[in-house]
Design a binder for this molecule. Sequence first.
Ligand code: GCV
Length: 703
Amino acid sequence: MMRGKRLVNRLATLIAMILGCLLADASAKAEDGYDLWLRYAPLEGEALDRIAGLHGPVAVLSSDGPEEASATMEAARRELGVGLTRLSRNSASSMRSGAEGYVRLECPENRGDSAVGYSVRADGADIRIRGSSDLACLYGVFALLRELSLGVDPVRIDIASEPAMPLRMLNHWDNPDGHVERGYAGRSIFDWWHLPERLDQRMIDYARANASLGINGVVVNNVNARAFMLEPRYIAKYKRLADAWRPYGIRLYVSVRFSAPKDIGGLDSADPLDPEVRAWWQAKADEFYAAVPDFGGFLVKANSEGQPGPQDYGRSHADGANMLAEAIGNRGTVIWRAFVYSAEDETDRAKQAYGEFVPLDGQFADNVIVQVKNGPIDFQPREPFHPMFGAMPNTKLMFEAQITKEYLGFASHLAFLAPLWEEVLDQEPGRGGRVAEVVLPAGMAGVANTGSDRNWSGSHFDQANWYAFGRLAWNPELPSEQIAREWTVQTFTREPEAIEKIVRMMMRSREAVVGYMTPLGLAHLMNTGHHYGPAPWVCDLPRPEWNPCYYHRADADGIGFDRTESGSDALSQYADSIANRWDDPNTIDPRFLLWFHHIAWTAKRPSGLTLWEELVSEYDWGVAEVDAMAREWADLSDAIDPQRHRAVTESLAIQQREARWWRDASIAYWQSLNGLPLPENVRPPADPLEAYIGRTFPEAPGQ
Ligand code: GCV
């Protein structure tokens, strides 16, 4: 019996190796970015010699395991075959029969996504990957390949890792017609038109990339959901996708429109307390689980930006979420978004979510998670952390990040977002530990930046944000710089000087964007609708909070939103330990100054400059940083393949131009209000204010 198993495993090994060679050869073409961080560029010199003796993969099954390897175990072997073959210069001879060591996959065949911690350890000439489920072995394989790509000596490998949080998910804002809301990488990767019969290879490569990071959930459609995506024909499509992703440990979730019982169910109400409505959702959930037994659950945007919700019937968010939670039962999860604000509510928008949700703490069912954006407004280049973190100790809160860069220059600006997320995860709300600890029982969700572009993300550097999100969701304690470095080595180059330059570029990039777009705590000054470029002058849209003027509150005397007690008092939503510090413009972290304070243009700052001088110097600093990044990248032409080097050079040229535009248009507008001269030796805006105001961009993507 055991010999039979061994034979099967040996055969599987051989097939995986041959497949690995074939795949590796097929990919030895131009560097177009499709392979992401799973590129496995051949190792050289000593690093190559060190892995040359490694055979892979051999599965050692537990004695009570089934005869056939699970699809996940097969995926693990396949990945190992591909990875080792490519890393060892695509040379089959390095997998020679006299190899000194084996990579041993020692995981029982039980499937499951809970016990996925793994260890990867050198044991003499062998490497043993161990875990309590097949998925643990797949994750371990990706971890081993990452280490080898980074040049770690196989005999020194010794890692043990497990995910910090249960849910590590991507939220797609993809519409059924293929348009991606806030998507800057082409069309949607989901081909609803041809599913379920046709499944694009991209769906498998997407799953591989996610599994390599430990991402274990994908919401496949926009939170601004269409009700017809709950119809049986769509459930068949989800089934095909879920079946394809299951081996990679990815559960499929769907965004639902709260009014679906009315929209497609023939009912005249969607009241969550109406028995007919509840029965409709129960039947709908059962239909999902009949087709997809491991269906993840529903994501809901309710009573926000015009979406229907329980408040339409005088019910609370908890009433709505709990109704869906009951329908799903212990089979899955309801994720209810806290991104709510209403046109009718005159309360400072930054306060509304806290006001609606915190009183409901403790009222949500066990299988409900409330998903909270990193900041209280909307994925700005910089926001203070959301005050709901730490304020709902009896509710599972999930951290929502935006990987796609709606407010940070779309895909053409280089902005590495790990420092942004790290900044928020590291905050201490004053209750419940750091934000990273508050969200541990739930997880992290990231609004995906993928699309049909060959490089997936619209630009090569934007792949790093997908990567960073996944790595942080697995381990929110990972430092941004380490993430940048490991991504760079796997994706671009192993040349030490080039790595240092690229990491430096990445680490300064987000702060540069803050500098030229929204320095000193300014926010939401982007043009309306598409959010492309500056438009601080927009003040006349019907809904107050759609206007940049609402956020900057600039006039002849000063600028900034007074959120202290004398203003909207949003500061009171933070714990005293924080509010006391932020209450004083001289002690607040200057990065949040104008978020919480309205300051006179001529006020002297602790820096010795006036506010106006400080603001102008921030804009100039941001622009100079982008110029420096472009220069550093230009120096790297020998270290990076020409195709990707040129693509990044062109994006940086766009960023340089647009950084100047942001700086010039903003300064021109502030001057039109304050009438102040520019500080000495400062370059005046290139064009008069009217020229900036007159620009229109009907072609801007992602609207
Ligand atoms: C999906 C912002 C974006 C919207 C997005 C919304 C949300 O307002 O501009 O496009 O809608 O956030 O997170 O629901």
